[in-house]
Design a protein around this ligand. Structure first.
Ligand code: HEM
Length: 404
């Protein structure tokens, strides 16, 4: 029997299950979550692009238990309190235009140095006489420090940010969906919102050349309210940390499992971006997103009624042989992975994709020359999320840093 549920099914061998979903039940009903599941590339990509029939308000409805619209109704922008990812056009286009001001190529150029410095600092401190955990020592730390700097916070408070991001992930798609949030985590979340709010007020008084200022400084009518700005900054912390950690970890794990590819990229670092894109396709850090049907939609002879929650399995679409050929299951950085939906597609395409790519390529560029081929054995421990895919620990051995 074929059983899959976005909030029940966990573990290593998701991909065999995805193959069965694509072949046997391309429109699958997951009873526990109460959501349809689409797994073929064509169906996932077209739903991502079709904001008329598929509303993103399910991103806060299913993940956060917040109210959604009914039928064609779109909730006002104010209801989303900055959760850009859950707002539909036309309000989405308005919000996206404002927050994109913080993600210009000029700003990106400034981040590159900061990212490289952070990666170097962390790797300089890495031990060579005992296993180095790529996740705890690098993958988890780079994104948190970068986002903290982006929202004007002290990167040395990274432990607090991490606690907050982990708690938010666990509540939305991990074990805390059932157990509820621990006191300490709830306190961390409240402290974070208060902290962000104070810095936002400070930027209004005294603008700086940074992302927070860019989003709260009025340009004509285009401005975020204080509440929206806090919500958006919190979304960045959440969306930009765990995801990038998993991309770094998944890329290193893929290379350790494919020693010939590791050797190839170590000899030719220009292959790093191919390794990264193939990892995004082959082992996607975000496995699914949700949508709500705004009217009845039929696919493969199954009618999904109006107001149905729909799971779009990015991780399954990215391995669909109908799109990628018969060797879709193979990790092959030599292939053309463009068109993968790991960052989504259409109007909600990941706002931080360039930043995530910059962090990951910097991490790989500095780590790979020192990475010894053998993985340190041990049971794989997955992150506490069914939506995000990545390892909690990834011990490796490193050679000493080159001098000079
Ligand atoms: C490898 C790392 C990352 C992955 C795999 C990833 C994945 C995604 C995906 C799949 C979406 C689309 C959601 C949807 O359509 O419902 C998305 C949206 C978004 N991501 Fe990322 N993300 C990553 C890193 C980042 C970073 C570093 C940031 C911020 C600094 C970020 C900020 C956002 C935001 C703000 C949105 C909402 C965009 C919108 O709704 O217009 N992400 N991301």
């Amino acid at each position: 029997m074929l059983t899959y549920d976005p909030f029940v099914t966990t573990g290593g061998d998701l991909y065999a299950l995805y193959e069965r979903l694509r072949d046997e039940a391309p429109v699958y009903w997951a009873e526990e979550t109460g959501a349809f599941v689409l797994s073929r590339y064509e169906d996932v990509a077209s739903a991502l692009a079709d904001t008329d029939a598929f509303s993103s308000d399910a991103m806060r409805g299913v993940l956060m238990g917040a109210p959604t619209g009914k039928g064609e109704e779109r909730l006002p922008r104010s209801d989303a309190i900055g959760m850009l990812v859950s707002v539909d056009p036309p309000a989405h286009s308005e919000l996206r235009r404002i927050v994109s001001r913080g993600f210009t190529p000029r700003q990106m150029a400034g981040w590159h140095n900061h990212i490289d410095e952070t990666v170097r600092m962390l790797l300089d401190a890495a031990p060579t006489d005992e296993p180095f955990d790529v996740i705890a020592g690098l993958g988890a730390r780079v994104p948190v420090r970068v986002i903290a700097a982006l929202v004007g916070a002290d990167p040395d408070h990274e432990d607090r940010f991490r606690l907050w991001a982990d708690a938010a992930t666990s509540v939305m798609s991990g074990s805390a969906r059932v157990t509820g949030m621990q006191n300490e985590e709830a306190m961390a979340m409240m402290a974070m919102a208060a902290d962000l709010g104070e810095r936002i007020d400070a930027r209004r008084e005294e603008p700086r050349d940074d992302l927070l200022t860019a989003i709260v400084r009025a340009q004509g009518e285009d401005v975020l309210t204080r509440e929206e700005a806090v919500g958006f900054a919190a979304l960045l912390l959440f969306a930009g940390t765990e995801t990038t950690t998993n991309l770094i970890g998944n890329a290193v794990a893929a290379l350790l499992a494919h020693p010939d590819e590791l050797e190839r990229v170590q000899k030719d670092p220009s292959r790093i971006s191919r390794v990264m894109e193939e990892t995004l396709r082959w082992d996607s850090p975000v496995q699914y997103v949700f949508r709500r049907t705004t009217r009845p939609v039929e696919r493969h002879g199954v009618m999904m009624p109006v107001d149905a929650n729909v799971t779009l399995l990015l991780g399954a679409a990215n391995r669909d042989p109908r799109k990628w050929g018969d060797d879709a299951h193979r990790f092959d950085p030599g292939r053309d992975a463009s068109g993968h939906v790991a960052f989504g597609f259409g109007p909600h395409f990941c706002l931080g994709a360039a930043l995530a790519r910059a962090e990951t390529s910097s991490a790989l560029e500095h780590l790979l020359p020192r990475l010894r081929g053998e993985a340190v054995a041990g049971e794989v421990e997955w992150v506490d999320s069914m939506q995000f895919r990545g390892r909690r620990r990834l011990p490796v051995t490193l050679s000493t840093a080159p001098t000079g």
